[in-house]
Write a protein that binds this ligand. Structure first.
Ligand SMILES: Cc1ncc(COP(=O)(O)O)c(C=O)c1O
Length: 368
């Protein structure tokens, strides 16, 4: 079976380099927020065109720390998308603010700026779009809305390291962008990790303090913070991998281009990257009306696939208290019924890609 993601394949190819980096950490005796974390905090922002990187222990915490550093808290509303991984909403709730949803653009799957403006109230303090599947959200429109209404703009870039809009990385947009280093991400560790990316020096200092108990000097606490430090072992592994991220992203984009050419003309929706976007294809996600049947047929033909995400967040039990109901976000609900992600990881072989496209063509023909 061709899996939908294969982090082991990546680690195998650079096993020796990773082993050496791990042993160096073991021998150093410094395991939390040491030299590997500091180095990673200069290397990753360069990939994303950000000024500063603050390493934290997950992509979820990166959003929490970014929101807290931007002063978002109880009484504030944050407009976001219901079609994302749960962490985007969860982070808003963790800092004590209220998530307010707006619907997505069904072609790009990203938060639709046109739907955001109507949700703004006098309590709105921030917009939190997601660069979903590795394609930048509509950063130009969001910048205009944020400026007009004096709102903070924080991007959940967990899936978008190396993604670009008009040639500029995600660190160039909004007050902050966040990354996840979850193992299956384009830059994934061997455990949890994440990073807050900012350009403003003061905001960077606040985020740095908040990730470490709100400390500003030894045993002096300026804010109520979090315990969200990255460990040296993860940082050392990520430092080995970050050297390859552009190459790996390009391999994903090449796989996507192959699929788009091979599958065009079929009765399904293919990814539609905007011409000004460099999509780094964390996921290659199609839409097909009989999605569950297609998924089953692909599995019979040895092709793994996955549904990201089967239910939008406004319909999840944990968030029903926000007061939404089925039908409130029709695009998100329809996409959740029809989306399917195909294997697009960098180590796919020519034979794998052919197997995937042939399986999709045959299965779609059987279902239409
Ligand atoms: C869009 C999105 N936001 C946030 C996260 C949270 O990242 P993590 O799992 O590292 O906490 C993820 C990753 O799973 C994600 O895909």
């Amino acid at each position: 079976m061709i899996p939908v993601a294969n982090p082991k394949a990546q680690n195998t190819a650079i096993r020796e380099e990773i082993s050496a980096a791990l042993m160096q950490v073991m021998d150093s005796g410094q395991f939390i927020l040491g030299p590997s974390v500091s180095a990673l905090e200069t290397e990753v922002p360069k990939v994303c065109d950000a000024g500063y990187g603050i390493a934290v222990n997950s992509g979820t915490d990166a959003i929490v720390v970014a929101l807290a550093a931007c002063g978002i808290g109880p009484g504030d509303e944050v407009i976001t998308t219901p079609f994302t991984f749960v962490a985007t909403t969860e982070a808003i709730v963790i800092v004590g603010a209220k998530p307010v949803y707006a619907d997505i653009d069904p072609k790009t799957f990203n938060l639709d700026p046109a739907k955001v403006e109507e949700k703004i109230t006098d309590k709105t303090k921030a917009i939190l779009p997601v660069h979903l599947y590795g394609q930048c959200a509509d950063v130009d429109e969001f910048a205009k809305i944020a400026e007009k209404h004096n709102l903070k703009l924080i991007y959940d870039g967990a899936q978008a390291i190396g993604s670009k809009h008009n040639g500029k990385g995600i660190g160039m947009y909004g007050e902050a962008a966040t990354l996840s280093f979850y193992p299956t991400k384009n830059l994934g560790g061997c455990g949890d990790g994440g990073m807050v990316l900012v350009r403003d020096e003061e905001l960077a200092a606040r985020a740095k303090s908040i990730r470490f108990h709100g400390m500003d000097a030894t045993y002096s606490y300026q804010y109520v913070g979090y315990c969200s430090r990255l460990d040296e072992i993860q940082a050392a592994i990520l430092r080995v991998k970050v050297k390859y991220i552009e190459q790996w992203n390009a391999a994903r984009a090449a796989n996507a281009a192959y699929y788009i050419e091979a599958l065009s003309g079929l009765p399904l929706q293919l990814p539609v990257p905007a011409p000004e976007n460099y999509h780094i294809y964390h996921q290659f996600t199609i839409r097909f009306a009989k999605r569950d049947q297609l998924k089953a047929k692909l599995a019979e033909r040895g092709v793994g696939s996955a549904v990201f995400y089967p239910s939008p967040l406004h319909l999840q039990k944990a968030y029903l208290n926000l007061g939404y109901k089925p039908g409130d976000f029709p695009e998100s609900e329809q996409v959740a019924r029809e989306c399917l992600s195909l294997p697009v990881f960098p180590e796919l072989t020519e034979e794998d890609r052919n197997t995937v496209t042939e399986a999709v063509k045959t299965s779609v023909a059987e279902l239409t």
